[in-house]
Design a protein around this ligand. Structure first.
Ligand code: 5GP
Length: 190
């Protein structure tokens, strides 16, 4: 998506540890016009009228997913990160290792909001090693629901997540795929 790539080149900042900061337009301050365009692009790439729910993970996925959901007219449900949990049978549960915070979270989702009739589109801001996405996929599988696909705003193609998700046969659409980045140079795939 050209508009997004141009914005990453203009305002993205590469930090040590292979982290791209896009907090001036995507996940701290949010450029609503840009994210609306992102929503329209995901709609084009996932045209199915069978999608019943958009699933994301807190915190930075939520705002993006809500704007995207306007173009699908379905509810957004988000997985919550819990410090520690008692799994009481009322929630689906998986574990996610955070790339940016280097720690493992328990991730939960109330059983009330996802069931076997659902066809889910997963949305997230970044794909790096794939842990967040795999955790969300596990929640959908626990629910017995179907996965329509996963829409990622920025995939870091030099990390393994994209390969892992595509090899599972999941329809993955990333709007910008970064092939390499240093503090002076950033290149995209395609
Ligand atoms: P993964 O689980 O695929 O390794 O990482 C995905 C999650 O880590 C995303 O939900 C995102 O919040 C965070 N993340 C991974 N890489 C980056 C990055 O380069 N920049 C930012 N801002 N977040 C990232």
């Amino acid at each position: 998506m050209q508009l997004l790539k141009e914005r990453i080149l203009k305002d993205g900042i590469v930090k040590p540890g292979n982290v791209l900061k896009v907090d001036s337009f995507l996940n701290h301050q949010m450029d609503i016009d840009l994210i609306n365009e992102i929503g329209k692009e995901f709609r084009k790439r996932f045209p199915s009228d069978k999608i019943t729910k958009i699933l994301t993970i807190e915190a930075s996925g939520i705002g993006i997913a809500c704007l995207v959901a306007q173009y699908f007219n379905v509810p957004v449900v988000f997985a919550k990160k819990a410090q520690s949990i008692n799994i009481d049978g009322e929630v689906y549960h998986s574990k996610v290792e955070s790339f940016t915070h280097k720690r493992v979270y328990d991730v939960i989702l109330s059983k009330k909001f996802l069931n076997a009739d659902d066809n889910v589109l997963i949305i997230d801001d970044f794909l790096a090693n794939g842990c967040a996405l795999l955790g969300l996929i596990e929640l959908v599988e626990e629910a017995g629901a179907s996965i329509e696909g996963a829409g990622i705003v920025i995939e870091k193609g030099m990390q393994t997540g994209g390969e892992i998700i595509r090899s599972k046969g999941i329809h993955l659409e990333s709007l910008a795929i970064i092939d390499s980045m240093t503090d002076t140079d950033l290149t995209f795939r395609g």
